[in-house]
Ligand binder design. Structure first.
Ligand code: IFM
Length: 439
């Protein structure tokens, strides 16, 4: 890597991120069924109909995985807690094995000198709640607050930080409008409701955690740079609309207690009654903002129904996800978050790439990942020099894992996982990062 800790401000934190369903092995430890299990079991939704039943078997192998984090000289581990592992029915009786698992994990991190950063929800909605309408049902905010109370009542006193919901855009838009993630809906009314309820649930979880005396609570959103397909006014307007529902809706709800005006034409008719009265809950003060950033999208206008645009392929080099590599976008969004959050610390809570990594001669030469991380960290350094209070950076991901609808073939890890034997092999990027971060 072309940097060391000395290139970042004193106290800048480096970490790696994962999520429960993507690594744990959800069939282990009496976890309940989730909407990802049934989505994956439905033909055509997921490559080879793969699911998270075994994944990386982190549920059994967590000590080895935490040793890897320590060997990489990282400071923080960002993980998530599965709602269905803690409450198999989504509500009611907790699963003792699930609570014990997260307690072992947090204590294991602390024993290794690593800071635990928890995300409450990274997409595995318990099936019984999906049956009740999931994110379309306003009651989900209360169910989520109850889940928060149960899990944080157990581990909240030992966490370094916590955030309620990973990537609200994916929970709402990708899953209810584009239909690419569970529950696979394509419906504007469902989308508008999910967008609002996900923020309401965020606010209720923040209130609950404050009530438990927890500190260092944040909001984690994902962002994609919206580039107009050409110089026409139509293309500019199309990209601005994409930017509004992707990059501004959630931050605006939390920090400005309002939604972007240009979205109201398409969304207002479908938002739940009384949505304007929920902003005091949604806008609960947070202590930091998390930026998940991977790529940009080229947006072209069309004659379809609102939002009347579509993505077109771009010219830049691409990752194995077919995502353009555009590091400048990260600096753009660090400034964008700073404008909303007015001086709060900002963390890059996810950044990384998928590459077609193979073990050869006992190692994995993932040079492309090394270059990707260097280029994005250079943008972070520049943003800091321009006055943005960026306080940390997390690589997505520690391990190759279940990449949702794309199954196991997109490898994002610093560590290669053989999904037959579950053997872990640190890649070149892991070794270079660990050298760069050595104290
Ligand atoms: O794997 C996902 C993760 O679950 C959320 N952020 C983006 C990653 C890569 O697609």
């Amino acid at each position: 890597m072309d940097f060391t800790r000395a290139d970042f401000p004193e106290g800048f934190l480096f970490g790696a991120a994962t999520s429960s369903y993507q690594i744990e092995g959800h069939a282990r430890g009496n976890a309940g069924s989730t909407h990802w299990d049934t989505f994956a079991a439905t033909p055509g939704n997921v490559v080879r109909a793969e699911n998270g039943a075994l994944a990386c078997d982190h549920y059994s192998r967590w000590p080895e995985d935490l040793d890897l984090l320590a060997a990489a000289n990282l400071d923080v581990y960002r993980f998530s807690t599965s709602w269905a592992r803690v409450l198999p029915e989504g509500r009611g009786q907790p699963n003792a094995e699930g609570l014990d698992f997260y307690e072992r994990l947090v204590d294991g991190l602390l024993e290794r000198g690593l800071k635990p950063a928890a995300t409450l929800y990274h997409w595995e909605l318990p099936s019984p709640l999906a049956d009740l309408g999931g994110w379309r049902n306003r009651d989900i905010a209360g169910w989520f607050a109850d889940f928060t109370e149960v899990i944080m009542g157990r581990i909240g006193d030992r966490l370094w930080s916590a955030a309620p919901i990973n990537e609200p855009w994916c929970v709402a838009w990708l899953s209810h409008f584009l239909g690419q993630h569970a529950p696979g809906m394509r419906d504007i009314r469902a989308t508008a409701r999910a967008m609002h309820h996900v923020l309401l649930a965020h606010g209720r979880a923040i209130e609950t955690m404050r009530g438990l005396g927890m500190e260092n609570l944040g909001a984690v959103c994902n962002f994609e740079y919206a580039q107009p397909a050409d110089e026409s006014d139509e293309a500019r307007r199309a990209a601005a609309l994409y930017d509004a529902y992707y990059n501004r809706f959630f931050l605006s709800g939390i920090f400005r207690k309002s939604y972007p005006e240009e979205l109201m034409e398409g969304l207002a008719p479908h938002l739940p009654e009384g949505w304007q009265d929920d902003f005091d809950v949604i806008g609960q003060p947070v202590d930091w903002v998390g930026v998940n950033y991977y790529t940009r999208k080229i947006i072209a206008p069309d004659d379809g129904p609102w939002p009347s645009h579509h993505e077109v392929p771009g010219p830049l080099p691409k990752t194995a996800m077919d995502w353009e590599i555009y590091p400048e976008g990260l600096r753009h969004f660090l400034h964008h978050c700073n404008e909303h959050a007015g001086g709060l610390p900002i963390y890059v809570t996810e950044n990384g790439l998928a590459s077609p990594d193979e073990v050869q001669g006992g190692g994995v030469d993932d040079r492309q990942r090394v270059e990707f991380l260097q280029a994005h960290l250079a943008q972070v350094r520049q943003a800091i020099a321009e006055g943005v209070p960026v306080a940390g950076y997390f690589v997505w991901s520690l391990l190759d894992n279940y990449e949702w609808a794309l199954g196991y073939e997109k490898r994002f890890g610093l560590v290669h996982v053989d999904f037959e034997t579950l053997e872990r092999t640190p890649k070149r990027s892991f070794r270079e990062l660990s050298q760069a971060l050595a104290r």
